[in-house]
Design a protein around this ligand. Structure first.
Ligand SMILES: Cc1cc2nc3c(=O)[nH]c(=O)nc-3n(C[C@H](O)[C@H](O)[C@H](O)COP(=O)(O)OP(=O)(O)OC[C@H]3O[C@@H](n4cnc5c(N)ncnc54)[C@H](O)[C@@H]3O)c2cc1C
Length: 399
């Protein structure tokens, strides 16, 4: 046993020629169509519509979604490679792809066949967009603490509440929304939550304020107000009162995508730092010849590759249906996002004054990296998950 795994074979990454061909093809598209637009996206805080259209043409929205539901097939690993390549150029665009999975995974894992056909197919084909509305003013990490209520009346539910920080809300055609359908049980706070799909034009659903967060320009989150929204009972995703499981299982998968965003950010800033250190001279030498710069670059590279390995490993375990992927995805998310933040910071330092000039394009990655440490489970929550899963798997204990 290789604590807490069973064997050294558990540490494999199952990557093949198809993955590399796909990565190259994605990079070509991103460098031609996305990278030239980064300044426009930073300045306008909008992603141009033609980029979404190009992604739909390329089938990027369907990566990781089974072909029977309009997708391109492939699993978490292929999705991670796509996310990494997109984030290397414009991280907020990787969020736009990730949000569709935040919407899609609850339905793919817990939804009915009808829900999959109706909601997943248009998303996979890039004809529609989804959003995931769980966070509220009083509850983010504490999913069981949500206050939004859903009351059953005959063949529908009436949902009232307020959600905040909802990515992609202004563009979304469909939302997955969590709401309390019953009070919690005394020994089970998580019980009594349910998950629903709500279509954007349903009366009572309103998009509220746009938040102005420090990074991910082009993909700012919104408030979503639910005022007595009438939702058909067939839009319940998974069993009534068991929605907590739907939400947290979704994050088990999607946080691999956040780790991949971070790897893309780390890759971009590392490349920028190496290129600059090779070309910039000070005191008659190139920066890369100074020992302190060498040490920084070596440490940046160590963290980058370790982050990538953890991310691909978590994705491989998830694709193999291994329960242990939950620990691996938390390890990858926390490590990769903190590494990206640190690597981006070092890249700025290596650039000196122009590192903090927005026109250079390095500083934006630091702002984006900070956000990756917060959403889809803060890194404190990832640490809780890691240790809770460890003791559960090894000793059958709940802490
Ligand atoms: C840009 C952006 C986009 C987002 N997109 C979405 C979205 O699309 N959909 C959605 O539903 N949400 C979204 N969120 C919300 C995000 O998931 C939450 O902000 C996050 O989960 C943290 O919740 P919170 O903000 O309520 O912080 P809190 O839960 O109040 O946490 C505050 C601090 O306390 C710490 N903390 C909390 N509990 C514990 C504990 N048990 N042990 C140790 N420390 C703890 C946290 O780690 C954090 O440092 C987004 C957020 C941002 C910034």
């Amino acid at each position: 046993m290789v604590f807490p795994f069973q064997s050294v074979q558990d540490f494999q990454i199952k990557i093949d020629d198809e993955h590399e061909l796909f990565r190259k093809a994605v990079r070509e598209v991103i460098e031609a169509k996305v990278l030239p637009k980064w300044q426009e996206i930073e300045k306008t805080n909008e992603i141009p519509q033609e980029i979404f259209e190009e992604f739909a043409r390329q089938g990027f929205f369907g990566v990781g979604i089974p072909e029977e539901y309009g997708g391109q097939g492939g699993g978490q690993l292929l999705q991670a490679i796509l996310t990494e390549e997109v984030a290397r150029a414009v991280p907020s665009l990787a969020v736009a792809i990730g949000v569709n999975h935040l919407f899609g995974i609850p339905i793919l894992k817990f939804g009915t066949e009808e829900q999959k056909k109706k909601y997943i197919v248009p998303i996979a084909e890039g004809r529609a967009f989804g959003a995931h509305a769980n966070t509220e003013p009083g509850a983010g990490s504490d999913v069981a603490g949500i206050q939004t209520k859903a009351k059953k009346e005959n063949d529908h539910y009436i949902i009232t509440g307020r959600k905040i920080f909802i990515s992609g809300a202004e563009k979304a055609d469909f939302f997955v929304v969590s709401a309390r359908t019953s009070p919690p049980k005394p020994d089970k706070r998580w019980w009594g939550i349910s998950v629903f799909v709500i279509e954007k034009d349903t009366p009572g659903l309103k998009i509220g304020q746009r938040f102005n967060v420090i990074g991910m320009r082009g993909e700012q989150p919104y408030e979503v107000i639910l005022d007595e929204v009438k939702v058909p009972a067939e839009n319940l995703v998974g069993p009534e009162n068991e929605g907590f499981k739907v939400i947290v299982t979704t994050y088990d998968y999607t946080r691999i995508g956040i780790a991949a965003q971070a790897v893309g950010i780390a890759q971009a800033t590392f490349e920028a730092a190496v290129n600059y250190a090779l070309q910039r001279e000070a005191f008659g030498k190139r920066l890369i010849e100074f020992e302190m710069i060498i040490q920084k670059l070596a440490d940046m590279y160590m963290k980058l590759e370790a982050a990538r390995l953890l991310t691909y490993w978590a994705a491989t375990l998830a694709d193999e249906g291994r329960r242990e992927f939950v620990i691996a995805s938390s390890l990858a998310k926390a490590f990769a996002t903190e590494s990206a933040e640190w690597i981006a910071r070092q890249a700025i330092q290596i650039h000196g004054g122009i590192g903090v000039d927005e026109e250079t394009g390095v500083a934006r990655y630091l702002r984006d990296a900070v956000i990756t440490t917060i959403y889809e489970g803060t890194n404190e929550i990832q640490r809780l998950t890691i240790v809770r899963q460890l003791v559960r798997q090894l000793f059958g204990l709940k802490i």
